[in-house]
Write a protein that binds this ligand. Structure first.
Ligand code: FES
Length: 164
């Protein structure tokens, strides 16, 4: 069923809208429930598109500034779609002095990525992080659950080629 205020969005199916509407109805009017609503809606869609947050704000009868404020305050919320694979590049001291910056530049150029963003084709999301606790393997890159040590600007793209 289509709901009056429900906008069209390529990442949100009819079934998702229906679940979202239920989440809002279950929480409307409960003090402090906006975090629960945002978390459950993010679980449904995978991230929080602007149109979804507008829909939540209208449904919960809360100012959109409040909804956007909560979503941007907590690191657990993402307003950007996530890639199929998450690349974490360590910018800690051991990795930095061994030249990880050059690998970062390589990745950015190849996939048109910025730190904290997702590639156009949603293949990769990129994060620059602090020490990953594997300094003996520096420079270190983690892709999903895989740790890759001793990466260099010559090898880093070959490693990423393995992740479709
Ligand atoms: S500095 Fe990179 S793993 Fe510790």
């Amino acid at each position: 069923m289509t709901h009056a205020l429900q906008p069209a969005h390529p990442d949100i199916t009819e079934e998702m809208w229906s679940k979202i509407t239920t989440v809002i109805a279950d929480n409307k009017g409960k003090p402090g429930s906006i975090i629960t609503v945002l978390r459950e809606c993010q679980d449904i869609v995978g991230y929080l598109p602007v149109q979804l947050m507008d829909f939540i704000s209208a449904g919960m009868n809360l100012p959109s500034s409040e909804v956007f404020g909560v979503a941007s305050f907590y690191a657990l919320f993402s307003m950007q779609p996530k890639g199929r694979h998450l690349i974490k590049l360590c910018m800690g001291t051991a990795c930095y002095v061994k030249g990880i910056k050059e690998s970062l530049v390589r990745i950015k150029n190849r996939y048109q990525l910025e730190e904290g963003s997702t590639s156009e084709d949603r293949r990769f999301s990129l994060e620059a992080v602090r020490c990953l606790g594997a300094c003996g393997l520096a420079p270190v890159m983690v892709v999903d659950a895989d740790t890759h040590g001793a990466i260099s600007s010559d090898t880093v793209l070959d490693v990423l080629d393995r992740y479709e």
